[in-house]
Design a binder for this molecule. Structure first.
Ligand SMILES: [Zn+2]
Length: 687
């Protein structure tokens, strides 16, 4: 190494419990120099691989690449964890600096001609290398990755591509920060009973805690965090306040001034289209879909429109029912977006005679976590034990050891459940360290997965239990499904470990896992009242289960409109007026005026805060087709925990990561390809 700054051991050599980072030793000011050193270390490793005088072999090229950059991936994983889950101004400034550097670093590797030549030689001669299936896929991915990074382009085009990638990374980081800023900056403090009409106790408590947190003790805060705004829109009887809050919520990123994202969207779309053309694709969507299960924009739009028509028809029926409730109250107005949740809740109460508020005392965070672990034990034979007293990256974060049936430690799991202002909104899974079996430079044979879940549940007042909505409980199961994908991974190569699968397949393990939350025996055991310990009454349980398709027209319209707009952006001619394109698309598909996209463009983080789900938001639904069909496999056995089916699920889906083609993996589990029928039936949208 030709550097005077050593890698900071707290960031790159982890000596905490079972290889956990020593978070207590991490200092913000150490990131910048450690990143610099880690970039140089990785560069030196790449140069050594590319300049190796020996003929290329799988071992000296692909395996060497797989284990290179260890320091960089460690400092990155700690940094991006902090940027998402516990940020501050120093980290944010650094993020704007690091994101483009990271992009430049990887672009440079992707355009290393000598390195690509070795990989290309291996790829062309792959038949004679004697590689197994997993190794062949790993080789293919490296090769394709290089081609998409511009390895086959002429020098000036390569330089333009690098510049585009760097710009995109910088704009994406700014986009996300703008949304967070708009979320943080808007708060509405309520005081009078008139303003709080309809607001149930659990929400009052949460709003009081936030107000106190913001120095307004004794008042109640409405914020734009999903865990506050959604129940507020649901329960508040004050239509004016609902409208005010709703308008602020959907205006995130569109408020003018420094945090306005509209200009950034136009810039990103132009850059993405240019990038696709450079790489020989018709548009950005075609580029992004190339290595997915769906493969083409036509296949995606085909599925979305098939669902859209059924969803809009159902939403119109739902709206008519809500309009009746509005009229029953003697009011004379259309159902507007700030009314929908409110009247839907009333309709739910009328139809099923229970409210979300009635459900909540039975959904204790602690019990739902236990339920999550119990399902994993029944299906996959693993157990979770909390290890107290281990410093994680924030005092709220809990550390668990995950062991298999023989008692062997197979993973570490970190759960970070409560909202705080330093955390971005939403819920996600990520890893500090991924499972693999390669021998590392320090002599270690493979690595233990260290996986974490971040959620944004409202933190209860001191001494009160955290109670969840049914949606929150589903989110917890969803993210734990992703975590299992990381923790049960059993592959050789890091690049195909766990969630290293195509985007339209990655939501299968998470969305499938949600099904077990509402399996009656799980609800009966874990959905118990926080004061009496009584299980949720059977009548309530029956209604909960019957209510699963309630309001599905609304939810499907919210989602599908966002997915269709995402596809429109990335297949249409480039426009400087992205908001006009959004409006045009919504008009063309007949968006009901009573419903707003789940994510309007100026705060559509999935699509614009990075590349992850651009031309890819559809993939949640694609995965839903898969998860409904996969759970039907268990239902067909008559046992939600059927051991043979669970074993096939683990062996072909949860443990294989990206080591197998997703279509083949699915067929090996299910015996056939999925059809959308089970999904449409599950949503109550079947013809
Ligand atoms: Zn997910």
């Amino acid at each position: 190494m030709t550097t005077s700054t050593p890698l900071n051991p707290a960031l790159t050599s982890w000596t905490g419990h079972e290889g956990l980072p020593r978070f207590d030793l991490v200092k913000d000011e150490d990131f910048a120099p450690t990143f610099e050193a880690a970039f140089r270390e990785h560069e030196a490793e790449i140069d050594a691989i590319a300049g190796n005088p020996a003929a290329p072999t799988f071992e000296n090229t692909i395996v060497a690449l797989e284990i290179a950059g260890d320091g960089l991936s460690r400092v990155s994983s700690i940094f991006w964890n902090k940027a998402g889950a516990d940020t501050n101004e120093t980290i944010q400034a650094l993020e704007r600096d690091i994101a483009p550097k990271m992009s430049r670093h990887y672009s440079k590797i992707g355009m290393n001609a000598a390195l690509f030549k070795r990989i290309d030689t291996l790829w062309e001669g792959r038949q004679s290398l004697g590689l197994d299936l997993e190794a062949t896929r790993v080789l293919e991915r490296h090769w394709k990755g290089f081609v998409k990074s511009g390895a086959k382009l002429a020098k000036p085009e390569q330089e333009r591509l690098a510049a585009i990638n760097e710009k995109l990374a910088g704009i994406g980081a700014k986009f996300g920060q703008n949304v967070l800023a708009d979320e943080k900056n808007w708060v509405l403090f309520l005081e009078s009973e008139d303003q709080l009409a309809g607001v149930p106790d659990f929400l009052r408590d949460a709003m009081a805690a936030v107000a106190e947190d913001r120095g307004q003790k004794g008042k109640y805060a409405v914020t734009l965090s999903r865990s506050i705004i959604e129940p507020f829109l649901t329960f508040s009887d004050n239509r004016e306040l609902r409208e005010q809050a709703f308008r602020a919520w959907i205006a995130r990123g569109e408020n003018g001034g420094d945090t306005d994202n509209r200009g950034l969207i136009a810039e990103m779309l132009a850059l993405r289209a240019e990038k696709a053309k450079l790489l020989g694709y018709e548009n950005f969507a075609s580029l992004k879909l190339d290595d997915t299960m769906a493969k083409t924009p036509a296949a995606v739009n085909g599925l979305l429109m098939q669902v859209w028509e059924k969803a809009v028809a159902r939403a119109r029926e739902e709206e008519a029912e809500l309009a009746r409730l509005v009229a029953d109250e003697g009011r004379n107005h259309d159902v507007m977006p700030w009314d929908w949740r409110h009247y839907a809740e009333k309709l739910r109460a009328e139809k099923f005679n229970f409210s979300e508020g009635e459900l909540k005392p039975y959904l204790q965070l602690e019990k739902i976590i236990e339920a999550c672990f119990d399902v994993a034990k029944r299906l996959f034979g693993i157990t979770a034990t909390e290890k107290k007293g281990i410093a994680a990256y924030h005092p709220d974060v809990r550390v668990f050891e995950i062991k298999d049936a023989s008692g062997k430690l197979v993973a570490l799991f970190l759960g970070d459940y409560f909202a705080r202002s330093s955390k971005r909104s939403g819920a996600w899974m990520s890893s500090f360290q991924s499972q693999h079996k390669l021998k590392l430079k320090n002599g270690a044979e493979g690595e233990l997965p260290i996986i974490y879940n971040v959620c944004n549940f409202a933190k209860p007042a001191e001494g009160k239990p955290a109670l969840l909505s049914l949606d929150d409980a589903r989110t917890l199961f969803h993210e734990f499904g992703h975590a299992l994908h990381g923790m049960l991974s059993n592959v050789t190569y890091p690049s195909v470990s766990g969630t290293g699968v195509s985007r339209d397949f990655v939501e299968l393990p998470s969305q499938l896992y949600e099904h077990w939350l509402t399996v009656p025996e799980i609800l009966k055991r874990y959905a118990v009242h926080y004061q009496t310990g009584e299980p949720m009454p059977q009548t309530l349980l029956d209604k909960v289960l019957a209510a699963r398709t309630f309001n599905s027209g609304f939810a499907t319209v919210e989602f599908t409109s966002s997915a269709l707009v995402d596809m429109a952006y990335h297949t249409a001619e480039v426009t400087t007026e992205p908001m006009a394109l959004e409006a045009k698309k919504l008009d063309e598909i007949g968006m009901p005026k009573s419903i707003v996209m789940r994510h309007r463009s100026p705060h559509f983080l999935h699509v614009f805060s990075g590349d992850g789900y651009s031309a890819g938001y559809y993939s949640y639904m694609w995965s839903e087709v898969l998860d409904a069909d996969a759970f039907a496999a268990f239902e067909e056995t008559g046992n939600a925990f059927d051991p043979a089916m669970a074993a096939r699920l683990k062996d072909n889906i949860y443990s294989v990561g990206g080591s197998i083609d997703p279509e083949d993996a699915y067929k090996a589990f299910r015996g056939k390809l999925p059809s959308p029928d089970a999904m449409l039936a599950k949503k109550g949208l079947a013809a």
